[in-house]
Design a protein. Structure first.
Length: 281
C-alpha cells in the first residue's frame, strides 16, 4: 500500500512558521540589545532605549522578559516608579526565579518610599545568590534611607551571609551608630578594622561610639586615627575636641574645633566647643 505523501503546502507552512519565529527572535534580540546599549550610554533613561525595548516587546508579543526588565529600568530612571513596578511584575510572571527582577523591584519600591518591601525584595535577590551585589546598594543607601532600623536588619543579613566582609561590618557599624546603639557600633567598627578596613570610617565610628560610652581614651585614639587617614572629614575634629575637653585639655580641644571651623565655618557644635575651650575658668 502506497504511503500518503506529505502535503507540500503543509510542509511549506511549517517551514515558513519556523523561519518567521527565528526572524522574530533575532529581531527581538537585536532591539533588546540596542536598548541596553543605549541605557548604558545614558543611565538616566534614554528615549532611544525606551523605544527599542517597546519595539522588542511588540515583535515578541510582550513575552520577552529581559525587554520588560529593560523598559522597567528606563521608567525607573525617569521617575515613573508605578509603571516600573508594573513592568517588573509582568516580567516576574515569565520567570519568577530571576534574581535581577527582585533587585530592580527592590530599587523601584525603595525609590517609591516603600523601603520595607524594597528591602524584602532585595533579600530575595540575595537568597538567590547576589548578596555581594547588594552590599554595594547597602553602602549607597545607608545614609539616605531615613530608616536605620530597616537598614540594620538588611545589613545584618549581609554580615550573616559573608561574615568576612569588612565593608559589611563597617556599614552595620554606621547603622548602629545612627540608632544610638553605641556598644554594637564600637564592636562592629573594631571587627571591620580587624578584617582589614583601613579607611577612616571604622575608626571614626569606634571613636564616636567610645566617646558616647564615656571611654574617652579610646575615643581619642580612634578619632586621631580617623583624622590621620582622612584629614578632610569634619566630625572627627568636633568629636575629638569634646573628648579633649573631657580630659581637661582645653588647648588641644581648641585646636580641633578651629580645624573643624576651617572645614565648616560657623558650625554650631564647633563654635560652642571652641567657646568652652577658650573661656576663662
Amino acid at each position: 500500500m502506497e504511503k500518503p505523501k506529505a502535503s507540500f503546502p503543509l510542509t511549506a507552512g511549517i517551514l515558513l512558521f519556523l523561519i518567521c519565529t527565528e526572524i522574530i527572535g533575532i529581531t527581538g534580540l537585536a532591539l533588546r540589545n540596542l536598548g541596553f546599549v543605549r541605557l548604558l550610554k545614558n543611565p538616566s533613561g534614554s528615549s532611544i532605549a525606551q523605544r527599542a525595548f517597546e519595539m522588542a516587546l511588540n515583535v515578541t508579543a510582550g513575552l520577552d522578559r529581559q525587554s520588560l526588565l529593560g523598559l522597567s529600568i528606563v521608567h525607573l530612571r525617569q521617575g515613573d516608579y508605578s509603571l516600573a513596578l508594573t513592568l517588573v511584575s509582568r516580567a516576574y510572571g515569565l520567570d519568577g526565579n530571576d534574581p535581577l527582577l527582585f533587585y530592580w523591584q527592590g530599587e523601584a519600591l525603595i525609590k517609591a518610599g516603600e523601603i520595607e518591601r524594597g528591602v524584602e525584595a532585595w533579600r530575595r535577590t540575595g537568597d538567590l545568590g547576589y548578596w555581594r551585589l547588594l552590599l554595594t546598594e547597602a553602602e549607597r543607601h545607608v545614609y539616605d534611607w531615613g530608616n536605620a532600623k530597616i537598614t540594620r536588619l538588611f545589613v545584618e543579613r549581609l554580615v550573616q551571609v559573608d561574615p568576612s566582609s569588612r565593608r559589611a561590618h563597617t556599614i552595620l557599624a554606621w547603622t548602629h551608630l545612627q540608632l544610638g546603639e553605641y556598644p554594637q557600633a564600637a564592636a562592629e567598627g573594631k571587627r571591620a578594622i580587624e578584617l582589614g578596613d583601613n579607611s577612616n570610617e571604622p575608626f571614626e565610628i569606634v571613636g564616636r561610639a567610645s566617646r558616647a560610652l564615656g571611654v574617652t581614651d579610646d575615643a581619642i585614639y580612634f578619632l586621631e586615627q580617623s583624622i590621620a587617614r582622612n584629614p578632610g572629614v569634619l566630625y572627627p575634629y568636633v568629636e575629638l575636641g569634646y573628648a579633649y575637653l573631657t580630659k581637661g585639655r582645653k588647648d588641644l580641644a581648641a585646636e580641633q574645633f578651629r580645624k573643624a571651623l576651617e572645614i565648616a565655618p560657623g558650625l554650631p557644635d564647633a563654635v560652642q566647643g571652641l567657646r568652652q575651650a577658650t573661656e576663662n575658668p
